[in-house]
Design a protein around this ligand. Structure first.
Ligand SMILES: [Zn+2]
Length: 262
């Protein structure tokens, strides 16, 4: 019964998101699947955390759409998320909802779920709000090196603070709605895990993530095979198989690792 209710709620939200163009068709299907697992197997506490991530990150993407226009070509995809993005962002969280079904009294499933969401929320907030930083970002692997806004692996004060805030939002909710344990410790662990997950994301972006180059715009981009301008992008650096969606998944995974070690 709860699973059916979860499915209906997830479907409703995915359809709304599709309608306001936060998700494309494949993204809406993937979000329905993830939402069904999380709402249906986790319950309303789990649903609140997922919605906090989903609503805040979609709203931020919309809000800064115009401001980021010239940066948009740098990012792999626009604000309309597809299935791979949805799975990269929420797949691990949904997996912990599934684990919760098999280990209903375990606290670590809640911690893993919260940390996975905190990490992707931190990363999304940093990406969306980091562009507001007044000066150029610097490379996480070499803080003396200034890079263009939107460059993978670039970090800034504004972006890092946004990352902390995005992580703390999920951390606070994780503490409030935790099924067991001490709320303050849960808040601290989840927030820290999310922040470190997002930094890990930047580290991958600076080192091994697949990055391409558009010969027409003369810019680095995560887009492949085609740039927004239509030109074919050339391989520039990183491991070719390590796409942006996989990097987001790894960001969530690193957050989970940090939380579970604590
Ligand atoms: Zn181009």
């Amino acid at each position: 019964m709860q699973l059916l209710l979860g499915f209906l709620l997830a479907l409703l939200i995915a359809l709304l998101a599709y309608k306001v163009r936060s998700l494309d068709k494949s993204g809406a299907i993937a979000a329905t699947l993830e939402g069904t697992l999380i709402f249906g197997l986790g319950g309303w506490q789990w649903a609140i955390l997922l919605l906090a991530f989903f609503i805040s990150s979609s709203a931020l993407s919309k809000m800064f759409k115009t401001r980021k226009k010239d940066l948009k070509e740098k990012f792999d995809k626009g604000s309309q998320r597809d299935a791979m993005q949805v799975l990269g962002n929420g797949g691990l969280a949904a997996f912990f909802a599934l684990l919760h079904f098999f280990f209903p009294s375990a606290l670590w499933t809640w911690l893993g779920f919260s940390a996975a969401l905190a990490a992707v929320n931190a990363d999304t907030w940093a990406t969306e709000l980091g562009v507001l930083n007044p000066s150029q970002p610097r490379m996480i692997t070499n803080l003396k090196k200034k890079v263009e806004k939107g460059t993978s692996g670039g970090i800034s004060i504004t972006g890092t603070l946004a990352s902390l805030a995005g992580s703390a939002l999920i951390g606070i909710l994780a503490g409030i709605f935790t099924p067991a344990g001490d709320a303050l410790s849960i808040f601290i662990i989840v927030t820290l895990a999310g922040l470190l997950g997002a930094l890990f994301d930047s580290l991958l972006g600076a080192t091994v993530q697949a990055i391409y180059y558009c010969p027409v715009c003369e810019k680095e981009t995560e887009r492949h095979p085609e740039h927004l301008c239509g030109a074919e992008t050339r391989y520039f650096r990183g491991w070719k198989w390590l796409t942006n969606d996989l990097v987001n998944f790894a960001c969530a995974g690193f957050g989970v690792l940090v939380a579970l070690i604590f």
